[in-house]
Design a protein around this ligand. Structure first.
Ligand SMILES: [Fe+2]
Length: 168
């Protein structure tokens, strides 16, 4: 049996999700840019730079949805963004096994985003907001492709990691 949904409440929640997504993507962009600078691996740098460009598009898409709904972005940081910020801070300095650790951090970050957009896509449908649902689905495809790209490089990251340990 379908659950009765208060569309107005769902709509307000969609706005909060969009604002959180915007803050999350901004954090993600900072993180991708700093990782791209830190890595000494060309293949990883290329993947990070590509996704940084996609992330700039995500920010625009989210701003577009918020504008359409008559809302602005928010500076509110939720728990998820604090986690992203912590990961970004951790990548600000080079550490032993940094390439391997950075790859794992990037993989985790993409999955946080996937989970977020999977929920936003469905929440927006419940709110009768197909525009936001479409944007969430579209962005989620990029997050998934990036996670898959990282996952296709595990052997490569192990090689990098071993090289670092040998050199260190
Ligand atoms: Fe992402």
């Amino acid at each position: 049996m379908a659950i009765q949904v208060d569309q107005e409440m769902a709509r307000e929640k969609v706005v909060r999700y969009l604002q959180s997504a915007h803050a999350m993507e901004q954090q993600s962009l900072d993180s991708l840019e700093s990782l791209a600078k830190l890595t000494e691996d060309e293949q990883f740098e290329h993947a990070l730079a590509l996704h940084a460009n996609e992330t700039r598009e995500h920010l625009q898409l989210l701003e577009g949805r918020l504008a359409e709904l008559g809302e602005g972005t928010s500076s509110v940081k939720d728990a998820q963004n604090k986690l992203m910020a912590a990961m970004s801070a951790a990548t600000a300095s080079m550490r032993p096994d940094s390439e391997g650790k950075n790859a794992r951090d990037a993989y985790i970050a993409e999955h946080l985003e996937i989970a977020f957009y999977e929920m936003l896509e469905r929440l927006a449908l419940r709110a009768g907001d197909e525009g936001t649902s479409d944007v969430a689905r579209r962005i989620c495809q990029n997050e998934r492709a990036t996670a898959e790209k990282i996952a296709s490089m595990w052997d490569h990251f192990v090689e990098l990691s071993l090289r670092e340990t040998t050199m260190g």
